[in-house]
Design a protein around this ligand. Structure first.
Ligand code: NAG
Length: 188
């Protein structure tokens, strides 16, 4: 025997759908851009914990907001690191480590005062290719610093170097989205 839904049941279902869908939808759109950005980034977990603080971003303008936030966060970390090196918090008696720390001071000086600085400027001017280049070079500088400790037992900047490299890779992947959406449409 076939059971047909009564009009009342149909209305009840419709009612439930109308009540439930909007909240679900708005929650999804709040997180969807962040999800989308971080799924495409090389470090999903780091990406989500870094960007979660500004979860309300949605539009294309907000992709810029995510890029800016990530740049500021990595810049804050690198700036404090640079100051720690300058203040001699990473002192050592080992000559090889001393040399490595000196090289890292140069690297972090470039990361903070040149590359991330320029990247933030370029982001404000919507020059996304420059942002990508600067983030790339900043990551390379952190890697360069890390390589100086290759033969050393102590690697005081290991976590920071990896963090800077990974966040720069995340920034590059966010900025890639902006480069792709801003590409002039070909006339051919
Ligand atoms: C920078 O980030 C790394 C990785 O999370 C952390 O180990 C380091 O302590 C941070 N440096 C500063 C100065 O916050």
């Amino acid at each position: 025997m076939k059971q047909t839904s009564s009009p009342t049941t149909i209305f009840l279902h419709l009612f439930i759908l109308i009540i439930l869908i909007p909240p679900i939808q708005s929650t999804l759109s709040h997180t969807s851009l962040l999800e989308q950005i971080c799924r495409q980034s090389p470090h999903y977990h780091l990406c989500t914990i870094t960007l979660r603080s500004s979860i309300n971003h949605r539009s294309k303008e907000d992709i810029i907001g995510f890029a800016r936030l990530a740049l500021r966060i990595v810049n804050a970390n690198a700036t404090i690191t640079l100051n720690h090196i300058k203040k001699g918090y990473m002192q050592t008696t080992c000559p090889m480590e001393k040399e490595a720390i000196k090289d890292c001071l140069a690297s972090y000086n470039m990361i903070v005062n040149v590359h991330l600085h320029e990247a933030l400027n370029a982001l404000n001017k919507h020059d996304y290719k420059i942002v990508k280049q600067r983030a790339y070079v900043a990551g390379i500088q952190a890697e360069t610093c890390d390589n100086k400790f290759k033969n050393s037992i102590r690697k005081p900047l290991k976590d920071t170097n990896r963090y800077v490299q990974n966040l720069c890779a995340i920034i590059m992947s966010i900025v890639n989205k902006l480069i792709l959406t801003n590409q002039p449409t070909s006339s051919y």
